[in-house]
Design a protein around this ligand. Structure first.
Ligand SMILES: [Zn+2]
Length: 458
């Protein structure tokens, strides 16, 4: 063979190897609302998560983004962006340009790309690069015109593409919703059918399970119901998924990450703050989500509202003007962040009005500052690429994005995460066992380079 042809062939082979070795399957599973302080026998017994801790890697906890609620955090994990940058700044918010409210879950705004177009989740980037993905009810999967290669189709009462009308779910049941009545193991079976697909099986899969979150909200994190919810996820999601991988022979080619989006704290009827005690309800447009409140003052009312809220300040509620919001929250630079914002201390809740009949209750909630450790999520991972029995220092959930990009072989888009902070959880970056391992792709490149150098000097 002519040396030039050989060089070209080597480079070509090396390129093929790089793209093959660069794409490794990764599945991320979110156990919504499962807090780090409640697993591993500290409250709930989670033998399947404990086994992953032994076999794979784990952190005691990781830090989520502010606000510590479901929608912003799930979108941060797949985009690597803080909420102010990806634009899903809460489970609910007001967009002053569109003059529309955004609401999680049921609402058509989840299907309306103009709320989502500031960012691109990794599954979409992978597909734009010729890969295949699967998304099982991960918040935001319907916000883009292109759908995941595999996804669970929602059930809709109205056609979201033709109408905008937010109707409280209790009034009309729902606009569009994922079918959550399917048993947990059947949901895993569905995802396994994607993974075992003979053609175009997904390289990346994201799944979210909100079952323990529901119990946490309704009964509080110290309740037997929440404990049972966490233990059921451990059994029917963690345990069942790992055994399904073993049964289908996919265990050695699938990397699995278990995370959550937030933890829970207990709250009670004795720790409430009522906006109606301070404000005239006609003076503002408000969105209240237990731990926080977005206040959009009517024209000319901002100073009056701020004065009313701060003159006789509640000791456990912090009132911010938009430009006073602490930088460390990374929650300021977006038009959807309201002119006045209220944040409760851990354990306290905000409501618009006093109830007509007051009852005593204990429940659970989340959404407090992400500087509060009691809001932090779990992280555990296992699979062929991960080290074994390794504990990593706590990192941020936006770091998961460059990690996933590394697995699926796509160039990360601009993001707030850091691959450097997490890469030591991978075997190939295990510095204790010597140099970074040479991949097949690197090897071909090396052969080609050596050949070139030899040719040059001969
Ligand atoms: Zn959640």
């Amino acid at each position: 063979m002519n040396p030039i042809h050989f060089i070209l062939l080597s480079v070509f082979i090396s390129c093929i190897h790089v793209s093959e070795s660069a794409r490794q399957r990764v599945v991320i599973i979110s156990l919504d609302g499962v807090g780090w302080q409640y697993i591993g026998g500290r409250f709930a017994n989670t033998p399947n998560l404990d086994a992953i801790k032994q076999d794979g890697v784990h952190a005691d906890y990781i830090q989520n983004v502010f606000p510590t609620v479901t929608w912003p955090n799930h979108h941060s994990m797949l985009t690597g962006l803080y909420a102010e940058s990806h634009g899903i700044v809460g489970n609910m918010f007001w967009d002053p340009v569109y003059k529309q409210e955004f609401h999680i879950g049921y609402d058509c705004t989840n299907y309306d790309n103009k709320f989502w177009n500031a960012s691109e989740p990794v599954w979409l980037t992978l597909q734009k690069n010729g890969g295949h993905s699967g998304v099982f009810i991960w918040p935001g999967y319907n916000g883009y015109p292109e759908k995941p290669s595999y996804y669970e189709k929602p059930v809709c009462n109205i056609n979201c593409s033709s109408v905008y009308s937010w109707v409280p779910p209790s009034a009309i049941n729902y606009n569009c919703i994922s079918n959550l009545s399917v048993p947990l193991r059947s949901r895993i079976d569905k995802v396994m059918s994607w993974l075992t697909s003979k053609v175009n099986s997904p390289t990346f899969v994201a799944m979210q399970f909100g079952d323990a979150d529901l119990q946490g909200h309704n009964y509080g994190p110290n309740s037997p119901q929440y404990k049972a919810g966490v233990e059921q996820l451990d059994r029917d999601i963690v345990g069942y998924f790992m055994s399904s991988l073993r049964d289908t022979g996919l265990e050695n080619e699938t990397n699995v990450i278990f995370v959550s989006d937030h933890s829970f704290v207990e709250t009670s009827s004795s720790r409430q703050f009522y906006l109606s005690d301070y404000l005239d309800s006609d003076s503002y447009h408000g969105l209240v989500e237990t731990t926080l409140a977005h206040i959009i003052p009517k024209a000319g009312k901002e100073e009056e509202i701020y004065k009313n809220l701060t003159a006789n300040k509640h000791p456990n509620i912090t009132v911010y003007k938009k430009d006073e919001i602490p930088d460390m929250l990374h929650w300021k630079n977006n038009r959807r962040i309201p002119p006045i914002f209220l944040l409760a201390d851990s354990g306290f809740v905000i409501a618009k009005e006093r109830p007509l009949v007051s009852k005593n209750w204990t429940k659970g909630t989340h959404g407090y500052s992400n500087q509060e450790k009691n809001m932090w999520p779990i992280f555990l991972a296992t699979g062929p690429a991960f080290r074994s029995g390794y504990k990593v220092e706590p990192f941020q959930n936006v770091d998961l994005y460059p990690l996933i990009c590394h697995f699926v072989g796509v160039e990360p888009r601009p993001h707030n995460g850091s691959f450097e902070r997490v890469k030591q959880i991978l075997k190939k970056f295990d510095t204790k066992s010597g140099q970074q391992k040479l991949s097949a792709g690197n090897l071909s490149t090396l052969v080609a380079t050596v050949f070139l150098v030899q040719l040059f000097y001969n």
